[in-house]
Design a protein around this ligand. Structure first.
Ligand code: NAD
Length: 492
């Protein structure tokens, strides 16, 4: 594990010399002291990224050359995936098989953007047809410049890759600020970039607390683009900080995503996808389908099966064989989730299952998979993101009622629908006010497809070619091609 910041191709102690503890959420033990970067380290990192962008080779390489480096990064991640996954489990708590899957997805993300970097060479410019024959016009795409990335703790290395890979593919340079709850694999990414031969200053990694390192990054005048994933309140601060210098901003924020299950659904498939939609990664997933809406006639049977299956989930340390639900990421998150359940119950919700620490797990931030019912439409747990293994289940009358309830949220990240009637699925999919819609499933995420939300779930899209566009400027080059004079001031 690395105890230095990665700035300008060097491993440096933070200027102020501080550290913050890294706690294993399964044991509550401090496993490491990570370097606490502050405003001066951020300034150093941004200046390095600026030099690398303005004078270094990276933006001037061909897409093919950048792709070769991205593929080397992907290869190293794959070669180290088991080791990196184990670090991720100690940092974040998730079950090891999930962490290994994350590492494969992370490597896949670098490979995917390597392909898109090559495509930039194949399509260096696009001719634009004009209505005026005396002019020609074309469009070229250029890297935005120096990007600042601030990311959360739920998929530490994967969330880094969603920003680092497209930024590097585009030819940008970057300063990455990982979450203080999970800094370890991001620092490893510095070592991986170094080993892959990424030029100094292209990727800089500064760990530290949000207000001490994240805020100075969001306010730094040397940053051209800010890419943020995290909570709505922090997203609002980032946007406000960016407003001062009119920085380009993309935001991936929270959600309270609905899963609409019609009565013609297969009961077992519905139960499994509902569970995958909320218990995977301990429910700490921005797109988790935390509001399940079930057609009235199926509701009693589905709830009964869900309660039985949820109680069967093996809870434990993510490093133990067979664990399917690990601890929540931190004491703060654990207490926040318990407080939300208590508030929901006080506001009239019934705890149909879970809601407390599992028997026999006295240490660690463990919580039983929790199912809440009898939810008023204004109950706190029905309207607010909980970010834990807590699902709210509510019956609905008909399709119109389901759509109304599903869309009645200030969020619009994801939504899911299940029915054997594909025409109905298509109708409901179109009616959802959300950026990601799953049909007959919930959560599978593909690097090729756009990711992001409507409403307060964010601005812009990551992944796919949309993710690359985040880091590209669009320039038109328009030329006067005619021989005759323009003839506005000087008449011929
Ligand atoms: P958070 O907003 O608390 O922190 C996110 C990052 O912002 C961290 O790196 C933190 O250090 C930093 N930060 C905190 N205060 C800051 C400030 N004043 N200025 C600049 N940076 C600051 O969020 P979190 O608790 O880490 O993550 C959970 C949230 O992230 C949830 O709301 C979840 O829905 C969302 N999320 C969204 C997506 C998505 O793709 N839409 C993915 C993962 C998580």
């Amino acid at each position: 594990m690395r105890d230095k910041l990665f700035i300008d191709g060097q491993w440096l102690a933070p200027v102020e010399g501080g550290t913050f503890p890294v706690i294993d959420p399964a044991t509550e033990e401090t496993v490491f002291h990570a370097p606490a970067g502050t405003a001066r380290d951020i300034d150093h990192a941004v200046r390095a990224a600026r030099r690398a962008f303005d004078h270094g080779p990276w933006p001037r390489l061909t897409g093919k050359e950048r792709a070769a480096c991205l593929r080397r990064i992907a290869g190293i991640i794959l070669a180290r995936k088991e080791e990196l996954a184990r670090i991720e489990v100690r940092d974040n708590g998730k079950p090891l098989p999930e962490a290994i899957w994350d590492m494969e997805d992370t490597a896949g993300c670098f490979s995917f953007y390597a392909g898109l970097a090559e495509e930039l060479d194949e399509n260096p410019e696009e001719a634009i047809a004009l209505s005026e024959p005396r002019f020609s016009s074309k469009v070229v795409r250029e890297p935005v410049g120096v990007a600042g990335a601030i990311i959360p703790w739920n998929y530490p290395l994967l969330m880094a890759s969603w920003k680092v890979a497209p930024a590097l593919a585009a030819g940008c340079t970057m300063v990455l600020k990982p979450s203080e709850l999970t800094p370890l694999t991001a620092l490893e990414l510095g070592a991986i970039a170094e080993e892959a031969g990424l030029p100094a200053g292209v990727l800089n990694i500064v760990t530290g607390l949000g207000p001490d390192a994240g805020q100075p990054l969001s306010e730094h005048p040397g940053i051209d683009k800010l890419a943020f994933t995290g909570s709505v309140p922090t997203g609002a601060k980032i946007m406000a900080a960016a407003a001062r210098d009119i920085k380009n901003v993309s935001l991936e924020l929270g959600g309270k995503s609905p899963f609409v299950v019609f009565a013609d659904s297969d009961l077992e498939k519905a139960v499994e996808w509902i569970m995958f939609g909320i218990f995977w990664n301990q429910g700490q997933v921005c797109s988790a389908t935390s509001r399940v809406l079930v057609e009235e006639s199926l509701y009693p049977a589905l709830l009964e099966r869900l309660v039985v299956e949820a109680a069967r989930i093996t809870i434990g340390n993510g490093l133990e064989n067979g664990t399917l639900l690990g601890p929540l990421v931190s004491r703060g998150q654990y207490e926040k989730v318990l407080a939300a359940i208590a508030r929901g119950a006080k506001e009239g919700a019934t705890i149909a299952s879970g809601g407390k620490r599992p028997a026999g797990l006295d240490t660690g931030y463990f919580l039983e998979p929790t199912i809440l019912t009898d939810l008023a439409e204004d109950n706190f747990v029905w309207t607010e993101e909980i970010f834990g293994p807590v699902v709210c289940v509510k019956p609905f009358r008909d399709e119109a009622d389901a759509i109304r309830l599903a869309n009645d949220s200030r969020f619009g990240l994801a939504a899911a629908v299940m029915s054997k009637d594909r025409a109905r699925c298509e109708r409901v999919a179109r009616a959802f006010r959300a950026g990601i819609v799953w049909v007959n499933c919930s959560q599978p995420t593909f690097t090729e497809a756009p990711w992001g939300g409507y409403k307060q779930s964010g601005i812009g899209r990551e992944l796919g070619r949309w993710g690359l566009s985040n880091y590209l400027e669009t320039k038109q080059i328009t030329a006067f091609e005619a021989d005759e004079p323009w003839g506005w001031y000087i008449k011929g």
